[in-house]
Design a protein around this ligand. Structure first.
Ligand SMILES: O=C(O)[C@H](O)[C@@H](O)[C@H](O)[C@H](O)COP(=O)(O)O
Length: 223
């Protein structure tokens, strides 16, 4: 694991966007196309703002979420809504979106359909992840109902219900995340830095982010 510390989060977001763009260009040069997975939540918005303005062959890029809350796009909690507002605009409007949500009461009803859409775009070329102070990443939460399947199973997508998550989640499995050789984790603040340090000595069951640290680059700023 590489740890990169920045003087402030603004510099971090710009540098991270540039790195992601470079890695997407490299994947396109090597394979003729690229696939990118990004998180939702409150941290990555500024990365998307910068990345969306960068010129590259976005029409050769397929983008998916690392995880989604099982809510319609119109919900303010929708990660899809976040991407459509802040990533799929400007240059990146030409990218192709692979959804992790479809209209249904619960994610289990749509798992097969959604997984089939993702399959042609795996392994992922580039992955950006967030992390919670509880050391979850994507929607792989400690104490979640299908934590073992998400950490140790062969499924691409796992439906999760976790203590503290207001709605059902759907998440890429640790296997899918580990299969990407270009993996970045972006965190802000002293609490998350301490949680990341703690996670390095815990099991993935206790600290799910531990399952994706090997080979990852962690980007951190105090604020
Ligand atoms: O749906 C989500 O919330 C994200 O996809 C999730 O994986 C996020 O990366 C962590 O929960 C950290 O969230 P913050 O960046 O808001 O702290």
């Amino acid at each position: 694991m590489e740890f990169v510390e920045y003087a402030d989060s603004e510099m971090m977001m710009i540098d991270l966007a540039d790195r992601l763009a470079s890695e997407l260009r490299a994947a396109i040069a090597a394979d003729g196309r690229a696939s990118l997975a990004v998180p939702g939540g409150t941290t990555p918005g500024p990365v998307f703002d910068t990345l969306s303005a960068i010129s590259l062959d976005w029409d050769k890029v397929h983008v998916m979420l690392t995880d989604e809350r099982w809510v319609p796009e119109s919900s303010e909690r929708s990660n899809t809504g976040l991407l459509k507002r802040r990533l799929f605009t400007g240059e990146a409007a030409r990218a192709h979106y692979l959804p992790l949500y479809a209209e249904a009461e619960c994610p289990e009803e749509k798992l097969d359909e959604l997984q089939a859409q993702l399959a042609p775009h795996l392994p992922l070329s580039v992955v950006l992840l967030g992390m919670g102070a509880d050391m979850h990443t994507a929607s792989i939460f400690p104490g979640a109902d299908r934590l073992d399947a998400a950490l140790n199973g062969d499924e691409t997508l796992v439906a999760m219900r976790a203590p503290g998550a207001p709605e059902p989640r759907i998440t890429l499995s640790a296997k899918v995340l580990q299969d990407s050789m270009r993996r970045h984790i972006v965190i802000i603040g002293a609490e998350k830095r301490a949680a990341l340090e703690k996670a390095q000595s815990l099991s993935p069951e206790e600290a799910p982010v531990a399952a994706v640290l090997k080979g990852a680059t962690v980007h951190w700023a105090e604020s």
